[in-house]
Design a protein around this ligand. Structure first.
Ligand SMILES: Nc1nc2c(c(=O)[nH]1)N[C@H]1C(S)=C(S)[C@@H](COP(=O)(O)OP(=O)(O)OC[C@H]3O[C@@H](n4cnc5c(N)ncnc54)[C@H](O)[C@@H]3O)O[C@H]1N2
Ligand code: MOO
Length: 425
């Protein structure tokens, strides 16, 4: 049996970052940056005001107070966006709005609340500290600084950082296109009438959605039947890029037909493929796995058909590989250490992946409460369903918001244990 880590490494090794293309900022969210984005200028580009108020010489206001206010002539009015740099002599001030460049002579801003708000002259009731409310040039970044590195999965703040340095177009990796093929004679389309023994195909929907959530495009095919020759022809066409509904694809995911049954169609179809191996992996669920490349080089992930097994296999083996195809530096889900408020037995010799739900988030303590390192707040989790890790529990899988990892040498999880949880949302 392969260890979980060995199979994860083999799956990850199938994906090299895809070629790049250029996109505008509107299309950048969720893409992976393929260039370093630097700022040509210092940010902010010039010293500017953090407050609506008055730009002053701080020395003019030493000792100013409500009892001893100081009056200055107002010699300019500076809205945000102005290019003016008026001379502010001693004894004078400029009215200034938030974001407007601070005139060269001034060295502090007095917020309007501490004045009479005058426009000819202004009476000031406080002594500002030197530099008060002045945002210095280069406080955010110096000219030439790296703002967003290559390999970053772009979120809203990254897009905004690129916009703020004037980078309107970005070089990103191409979005992977992934074929999802579900197999099994017993499967029918959702909503179709069911004869005894039949069930709706849910895995192709599960996996296509998971592919899309992972930042790739999915082409959902199936369900296809248990004839190995038919499936082989389909996979060959996908690999050659000639399957009409799909065109060229960067990876293929199949579900079902990989264990030791008499009709295990994926295994039968790919048995003579030199670069595809069917191996048991020491993980529960998700033990039977097929993995490799077809003759034209397309990576294929042959996942077990049990719905929870398919989902767990996608998370453990496929998602990181798709992230790598996208060029991401960080390919893993975020994890958190959680306290277990539950107890269950686990199979010896296999890492168990248990769908869990958070029953008490760590931030129940309150976002406005200081973290006490002594109590070390952690989320609390239970099994998503008392049925636990049963790999057929397709409806209850939807209750899970995390996958807890029970190490290979553990045979029972007890209340109060700490487990690493892959966070699904
Ligand atoms: N004798 C043994 N039997 C099994 C073993 C074993 O080691 N020895 N392993 C078990 C494990 S573990 C798993 S996991 C499954 C994997 O089997 P397959 O990948 O061959 O999956 P199927 O037999 O095709 O299907 C299993 C199960 O899942 C349902 N299914 C399949 N596809 C879908 C779909 N698209 N949507 C919804 N449900 C689906 C299918 O109807 C079966 O109930 O093998 C065990 N057996
Ligand atoms: O490994 Mo199977 O995936 O236990 O259900």
């Amino acid at each position: 049996m392969r260890t979980l880590a060995e199979h994860r490494a083999a799956a990850l090794a199938l994906g090299a970052p895809l070629p790049t293309e250029e996109v505008g900022l509107d299309d950048a969210l969720g893409r992976v940056l393929a260039q370093d984005v630097r700022t040509a200028d210092a940010l902010p580009r010039w010293a500017n005001s953090a407050m609506d108020g008055y730009a002053v010489h701080q020395a003019d206001l030493v000792g100013a107070s409500a009892e001893h206010p100081v009056t200055l002539w107002v010699v300019a009015d500076l809205p945000a966006g102005t290019s003016a740099d008026p001379r502010i002599d001693r004894g004078t001030a400029a009215r200034i709005m938030t974001g407007a460049p601070v005139p060269s002579g001034a060295d502090a801003i007095v917020p309007v609340e501490h004045t009479d708000g005058g426009t000819i002259s202004v009476t000031v009731r406080v002594e500002p500290a030197p530099g008060a409310h002045v945002r210095g040039a280069g406080e955010d970044a110096a000219a030439g600084d790296l703002v967003v590195p290559a390999g970053t999965l772009l979120g809203p703040a990254h897009v905004s950082a690129c916009a703020s340095v004037g980078q309107a177009r970005l070089v990103v990796h191409r979005r992977p296109r992934v074929a999802v093929v579900s197999t099994g004679d017993e499967l029918v389309a959702p909503g179709e009438p069911l004869a005894r023994g039949q069930l709706p195909d849910s895995n192709s929907w599960l996996l296509a959605a998971a592919v899309r959530e992972a930042g790739a495009d999915a082409v959902r095919i199936g369900p296809v039947g248990d004839d190995p020759a038919d499936l082989r022809a389909l996979l060959d066409a996908l690999d050659a890029g000639t399957y009409p509904q799909a065109g060229p694809v960067d990876a293929i995911i199949t579900s079902g037909g990989v264990s030791v049954g008499a009709y295990d169609v994926v295994k039968a179809a790919l048995l003579d493929e030199p670069d595809v191996a069917f191996v048991p992996v020491a993980v529960q669920p998700g033990k039977p796995q097929g993995l490799g490349r077809l003759v034209h080089g397309t990576p294929v992930f042959a996942l077990p058909g049990n719905p929870v097994s398919s989902f767990v296999s996608f998370e453990l083996f496929v998602r990181p590989a798709l992230r790598r195809l996208q060029g991401a530096t960080e390919v893993e889900r975020p994890t958190v250490v959680a306290t277990v408020d539950d107890a269950w037995r686990t199979p010896p010799g296999r890492t168990q992946i248990m769908p869990v739900r958070v029953v008490a988030p760590a931030d129940d303590l309150g976002l406005d409460t200081a973290v006490d390192p002594a109590t070390n707040p952690r989320p609390t989790v239970r099994r998503a369903t008392p049925g636990g890790s049963g790999s057929h529990l397709v409806a209850r899988l939807a209750l899970a918001d995390g996958l807890a990892v029970v190490p290979v040498d553990v045979t029972a999880v007890e209340r109060g244990d700490l487990l690493t949880v892959l966070r699904l949302r």
